[in-house]
Structure formats: structure tokens, C-alpha cells
Design a protein around this ligand. Structure first.
Ligand code: HAS
Length: 580
């Protein structure tokens, strides 16, 4: 279909703008690996400090890039499948809010005023511009849902009574409603705790409360990243793997999304297993729900594998009786038509297999105590958000840009090799980080100045090899990104060769049962919100029983002295003055 001018510009902007920033994000990822391996032995490099670079790496890659491209994908999915126009005014307001917010936060980070890492909970304090910028980005990202997608969804359902909404629309819609729900706790801590502290209106805040509210957002957030990738795996991958492949079961896919609605929220305490403020029993309940939220991913693994097997066996009768030999027929490296995208999904799936296993390790309450705050955790999330999610978003960005601009994909060979380099690099990186983590190598540490410095009393020679291996892996990952970027920017800068269109290859379902319960979202979301609230009430009681607002002063990354004045210090001063 053809996309009218202004909306097309917005969608392209939502892809190209964050990708320009992603170049910095990826660069700072490489720098991290070099600091940690002791190849850079300094507090800063080229004027950017260690924690400043780490914040830029996390915020750009995991928050800005993901959010904006997910909104772009959502806009495109709604346009293409429902064939209803998006309102240019809504789109521009949303896009400009996201751009202005990102620029404000970027200013704070690039000037060193927001070295708070991408998990920006208290007591680390940033410049108000960081929080206000982040808020603008997040609010901008939900505007299309309220003013374009939801009205179009409702109108479509009225016009097509008894029909199922297209699966891609279902996935994107569910994901964005979850996004709105999960934003509630983080907005509370940003508005009522972080901004007042950073503006100097308050001098102390309840850190345990801030962390609990942050993680009530922080874990569902990972599914906000994941579900667009699953949407692509269910709709695009089965089709392009053979050119006319099928999704094994439409209901299984919808059921997986429904399970995410239920189980994505009551799990955030698994990031706080080591925090004394919350009673252990509540953490155990969240640990059990975490095993629950792994189930829809296992279901996805089954459905995707079944779709691949069915589609390949239909196409190649000679492998119909084979148990595993059909794997060899998957076009892992193919330049034919849209098959180049298969490499992004397959490389992502292979990484996510590892990410799933390490996620279960993290979730296992007592085992978590071994790996928490070690490099095992970044090992895990580089194969999830840095694996399947990033590869799917990079692939779909290149795909959408080429379609929307009417251009052929340039340097297609590089585009096909890119995800495999990324995959290989990430796999080595994951191995090095995980094993080092099990041996106690901490995350978020400029190790080159401490544990990996032979002159330091903290020197730990057993970590050196792993850190060096992860730096080697980082180079392979960056090379993969360079291959992708050459193809992406090459495509953008190449001349237009055909009509600008928007289209997504879409697999029809082999088993396409009606299952009306899976298409009514309100009951599922009602139960989900109830579960969310109930699972958090005891924990919120725990962290607020000694006071809701005041607890601890604010800090920055420079030294361990508070940067805001604690209430107790003020009281002490007044008492001393009165005594005199
Ligand atoms: Fe996680 C920490 C537990 C999934 C991201 N996670 C993180 C952090 C991030 C993150 C960013 O319980 C760090 C936060 C920080 O900075 O502190 N995670 C889990 C569990 C899952 C999980 C149980 N995580 C994700 C996803 C992420 C993500 C998805 C991003 C997108 N995670 C944790 C825990 C922590 C944690 C603890 C805290 C650790 C700590 O101590 O700080 C599950 O949802 C995973 C389920 C996945 C599976 C895998 C299914 C496999 C598939 C591939 C199949 C392959 C096929 C190919 C089909 C069960 C779908 C077939 C090929 C053929 C040829 C046939």
C-alpha cells in the first residue's frame, strides 16, 4: 500500500533518528569492554567518563532505540493491516515529543550531568533535564496508541464483526497497552521522587520505594522490547522462510500474548532478591511468577520451530521424514527476495535460546544470589535485548526503510552477514561474561583500574582472560553493526528505484481456530492489573513502613558523599544551634 507523505516522514524519522544515536550507543558498548578488560586504563576516554559512557550505552541502546523503532513498527503495522489512515497531527506530536525528550536527556548525559545508568533509580541523582526528557520520550511513545491505534482498532472491529484482528495488530496492540500499564510505577517515582530531589525541592527520598517502583516497570519493560520481535517471528518469519510458509497455530500465538498480559507484571521483585527491605516470601512469589512468564516464550519456541518445520517440509518433500535434517534447508544466508531477513530472526532465536536459559538461572531465587551484580547478568541481557530484540529491530528497520523509500537494499551481502557476526560475537561475549560472572567478576565496574590492574591490591588474575575474550567479542559485534550500517545508510542514500510502498510478508495460519476468548482483551487486562496490584501491595507496604518520602539523601557517581543535604544533618545542626 502507498503511505501518504507526512506520516511516512514520521515513520522514517522514528527509525533514522534513533539509529543515528545508536552509532554512539554501540561505540560506548565497545568502550565498556575495553575499560573492563584493562585495555583502557583510565577514568575517561576522549572526554567521556566510564559511568557517563555506560549510561549513554544503556539509555541509547535499550531505551531510545528500542522505544522509537517499536513505535515506528507499530504505526506501520496498524497502517498496513487495518488500512485505516493515521492522523498526521497525532504522529507529529508523538514524534516531536520523543525527539525533544531524547535530545534533553542526551544533553544531560553528554555533559556528564546524568551519570545514573539506564536503571536510573535513586539514590543516584541526575539533572532534571534527564528526567523531563525521559518523561517526554515515554509520553510521546504512547500517544499513537490513544489517538490513532485504539480508535482504528475499535472502528475495524465494528466493521468486521466476528473476525479476528490480524495477528500482527493483536501483538502490537497488546504490547502497547502493557506499555501504558507498566509506565505507571516509573512515572510515580520520576514525578514524585526523582524530579523533586533533583530540583532541590526535597533533600531525601525513600530509595527502597524508588527501586521497587522502578523494577515494577523495569521487568515488564523487557517484554515491551520482546513482543514486537515475537510479532515478527509469528507473522513474517514463517512466510519468508520458504516464500509461502505458514504459521503453525494462530491460537497458540495469541495465547502466548495473553500469557504475557497476565505474567509480565507480578515479577519485578526478582531484580531485588538481595534487598533486605522486602520480606523474602514476597520475593519467592515473584520468583514463581517469573517461571510463569517463561512459559509463553517456551510456547513461542515450540510454535516458531513447528512453523519452520512445517513450512520447510512442505517445500522440500525430500526432508519430510527427517527429524533434524530439515534444519539444513532454512535459508540462513540468502540474498533471494526478502529471505535476507531470515538471518536476523534465526541469529536472534539462537541467541535467545541462551538468553532464556540464563534468565531461568537468574530467576531461581537462591542461584540468583551467586550471579546477582556479576557480569553474568549483562551476559544474559546481551542475548535477549542485545540479541533477538536488537537483531529483529535492526532487520525490520532496514526492511521498512527500503520499502518506504522505494529503494533496493544496498550491500545486501553485508546485510546478510551482519546478524551472523553479531550472533558469533554475542555468543563469545555471553560465554566470557557468564563464566567470569560465576567466578564473581562484578558488572558496572571499571575493572581496568582495579581488579584487572596488576599494580592494584585488588588484582584478580583469574578474571583477565574472560575480560579480554569479551573485548575480542565486542570487536566482532561492532564489525557486525558496521556491516549492517553500511547497508542501512547505503540504502538510504541510494536512488529511488520503485514506488514507495508499505507491505509486510505475512504467513497465514495452518491451524486457525476461532477461540473468541483469546480475542477479548478487557478481561485479561483486568485480571492482569489486579494481579499486578496484589503482588505489589505487600512489597510496597514493606518499603514504606518506615516513612513514604524520606529515607536517604541523593548521590552522584563521583564520590560517596551525599550531594543533597540529609534531613538528619539539618536536624542535628538545628539542635546544636539551639543548645548553644
Ligand atoms: Fe531477564 C535481568 C530473568 C527474559 C532483559 N533481564 C535482566 C536485565 C535485562 C534483562 C536488561 O529473574 C538486567 C537488568 C539490570 O540492569 O539489572 N529474564 C529473566 C527470565 C526471562 C528473561 C526468567 N530478560 C528477558 C528478556 C529480556 C531481558 C526477554 C530483554 C528483552 N532477567 C531475569 C532476572 C534478572 C534479569 C531474574 C535479574 C538478575 C539480577 O540478579 O540482577 C524469561 O522471560 C526468558 C524466557 C525465555 C525462554 C527461551 C525460549 C527460546 C526461544 C528460542 C527458541 C529457538 C528456536 C530456534 C525456535 C524460555 C523462543 C529453532 C531453530 C531451529 C533450527 C529449529
Amino acid at each position: 500500500m502507498k503511505v501518504e507523505g507526512s506520516v511516512k516522514t514520521v515513520i522514517l524519522g522514528e527509525i533514522i533518528f534513533p539509529i543515528l544515536l545508536l552509532v554512539f550507543g554501540i561505540y560506548h558498548g565497545l568502550m565498556q569492554a575495553l575499560y573492563r578488560a584493562g585495555i583502557i586504563k583510565d577514568m575517561s576516554f576522549l572526554g567521556i567518563e566510564y559511568y557517563q559512557g555506560l549510561t549513554l550505552h544503556g539509555v541509547i541502546n535499550a531505551v531510545v532505540f528500542t522505544t522509537m523503532v517499536i513505535v515506528a513498527f507499530g504505526n506501520a503495522v496498524f497502517l498496513y493491516y487495518l488500512k485505516k489512515p493515521l492522523r498526521p497531527a497525532v504522529q507529529w506530536v508523538s514524534f516531536l515529543m520523543m525527539v525533544i525528550g531524547t535530545l534533553m536527556a542526551a544533553w544531560a548525559m553528554f555533559t556528564g550531568k546524568a551519570n545514573v545508568l539506564y536503571t536510573f533509580y535513586l539514590p543516584l541523582v541526575a539533572h532534571p533535564a534527564f528526567y523531563i526528557g525521559a518523561a517526554l520520550l515515554l509520553v510521546g511513545s504512547i500517544i499513537p496508541l490513544f489517538f490513532d491505534w485504539a480508535p482504528n482498532y475499535i472502528a475495524w472491529r465494528k466493521e468486521h464483526p466476528g473476525e479476528k484482528v490480524p495477528l500482527a495488530v493483536f501483538g502490537v496492540f497488546v504490547n502497547h497497552i502493557m506499555w501504558v500499564i507498566m509506565l505507571v510505577p516509573v512515572v510515580i517515582t520520576v514525578v514524585f521522587q526523582m524530579i523533586p530531589l533533583s530540583l532541590g525541592i526535597t533533600q531525601e527520598e525513600n530509595v527502597s520505594l524508588s527501586r521497587t517502583l522502578f523494577w515494577a516497570f523495569g521487568h515488564p519493560l523487557v517484554y515491551f522490547w520482546l513482543l514486537p520481535a515475537y510479532t515478527m517471528l509469528y507473522t513474517i518469519l514463517p512466510k519468508i522462510v520458504t516464500g509461502d510458509g505458514k504459521l503453525y497455530s494462530d491460537s497458540a500465538a495469541r495465547f502466548a500474548f495473553i500469557l504475557f498480559i497476565l505474567f509480565s507484571f507480578p515479577v519485578g521483585l526478582h531484580h531485588q532478591f538481595t534487598e533486605p527491605a522486602v520480606t523474602n516470601n514476597y520475593k519467592l512469589i515473584h520468583a514463581l511468577f517469573t517461571f510463569g512468564v517463561a512459559v509463553p516464550s517456551m510456547l513461542t519456541a515450540f510454535t516458531v520451530a513447528a512453523s519452520l518445520e512445517y513450512s520447510i517440509k512442505q517445500k522440500y518433500p525430500e526432508v519430510r521424514d527427517s527429524l533434524f535434517y530439515w534444519w539444513t534447508k532454512i535459508p540462513y544466508i540468502s540474498l533471494e527476495g526478502d529471505k535476507w531477513l531470515v538471518s536476523y530472526f534465526m541469529a536472534g532465536l539462537f541467541l535467545f535460546f541462551v538468553g532464556g536459559i540464563t534468565g531461568i538461572v537468574n530467576a531461581s531465587y537462591n542461584v540468583n544470589l551467586v550471579v546477582h551484580n556479576t557480569s553474568f547478568v549483562p551476559g544474559h541481557f546481551h542475548t535477549t535485548v542485545g540479541g533477538l530484540v536488537t537483531l529483529s529491530l535492526l532487520g525490520i528497520s532496514l526492511y521498512m526503510v527500503s520499502k518506504l523509500m522505494g529503494k533496493d537494499i544496498r550491500f545486501k551481502g553485508l546485510a546478510v552477514l551482519a546478524p551472523w557476526l553479531w550472533w558469533q560475537g554475542m555468543l563469545i561475549f555471553e560465554y566470557a561474561m557468564s563464566v567470569a560472572g560465576i567466578h564473581g567478576f562484578p558488572r558496572r565496574t571499571n575493572a581496568g583500574l582495579s581488579y584487572l590492574n596488576p599494580e592494584s591490591p585488588l588484582y584478580r588474575p583469574e578474571w583477565v582472560g574472560y575480560a579480554e575474550l569479551s573485548a575480542f567479542a565486542a570487536f566482532i559485534i561492532v564489525l557486525g553493526f558496521v556491516f549492517w550500517a553500511v547497508s542501512f545508510f547505503g540504502t538510504i542514500l541510494s536512488p529511488k528505484v520503485r514506488e514507495e510502498t508499505l507491505e509486510f510478508p505475512t504467513a497465514s495460519a495452518l491451524h486457525d481456530e476461532k477461540a473468541p476468548a483469546l480475542n477479548r482483551l478487557t478481561p485479561w487486562f483486568t485480571v492482569s492489573v489486579l494481579l499486578f496490584v496484589l503482588s505489589y501491595l505487600p512489597a510496597l507496604y514493606d518499603v514504606t513502613k518506615r516513612g513514604v518520602f524520606f529515607d536517604s539523601p541523593g548521590y552522584n557517581d563521583k564520590n560517596p558523599v551525599p550531594i543533597t543535604k540529609p534531613q538528619s544533618a539539618k536536624e542535628e545542626k538545628t539542635n546544636t544551634a539551639e543548645a548553644k
